[in-house]
Write a protein that binds this ligand. Sequence first.
Ligand code: NAD
Length: 254
Amino acid sequence: MNIQEKFCLKGKKAVVTGGAQGIGLNYAMAVAGAGADVILADLNEEKARESADFLEKQYGVKAMAIRTDVTQPEQVENMCSKMIKEMGRIDIAFCNAGISINVPAEEMSYEQWKKVIDINLTGVFLTATAVGRYMLRQGRGSIINTASMSGHIVNIPQPQIAYNASKAGVIMLTKSLAVEWAQKNVRVNSISPGYIMTDLIEGHELIPEWTGLSPLKRMGCPEELQGIALYLASDASSFTTGADFTIDGAYTCV
Ligand code: NAD
């Protein structure tokens, strides 16, 4: 198989948590464009349904929305069972849903801390292990977790202790799963984006400051994560597991 053929995902089945919009939807576009059928698992069912319709029309693949709260183990399990019922297998999973709450550490409540950790870190654990159980049985699979450059550096000036800790956790969870499942042909990698213009940060008052700190002097577009998403989802990355890819316009270099 040549390298171009390895990027083809025809017949493959992918799930994206937090796939209704933003970075998750762009991951879905990357794999749907290469021929994969896609499940968008998101809290926002209406938006996920609109995005699934868009994927079907744009790429001619099968796409479905399944309302899922990634913090709820039974909802994640049900999502996987529905995916198996509808699509027969799970080849690719993007564990991507995430939020940020920016308050000074000394003012952060236990509830705020727990909410961020539950969605960003526990949600990745629940999704990756739920899809992983199917992939281990199938004898193959690729899991791609969304971490962040905030798992490597402390962003300034906004305080985001729980977010940073959750994303550092995602990077280590990724490496740990990759090692546990290396012999079973289930690969696990993470993507650490820099500032990307999505609803998560659109209109934020600190955007001029962030772009000023960035060597490229601009924010990233979610489309600019599609290449790495397709690479990691496909057989082109067959020797890549346990890796974290920082896609940040060199933000963390300085
Ligand atoms: P977004 O807010 O545009 O999209 C997040 C999606 O996750 C939404 O559709 C939301 O409904 C869904 N979601 C939230 N809580 C959920 C839950 N409990 N269960 C299921 N779905 C849930 O954000 P985005 O910018 O696309 O971020 C996606 C991921 O990328 C997050 O993990 C985020 O931390 C990470 N990230 C974003 C940036 C950035 O600059 N935008 C940078 C680095 C990392």
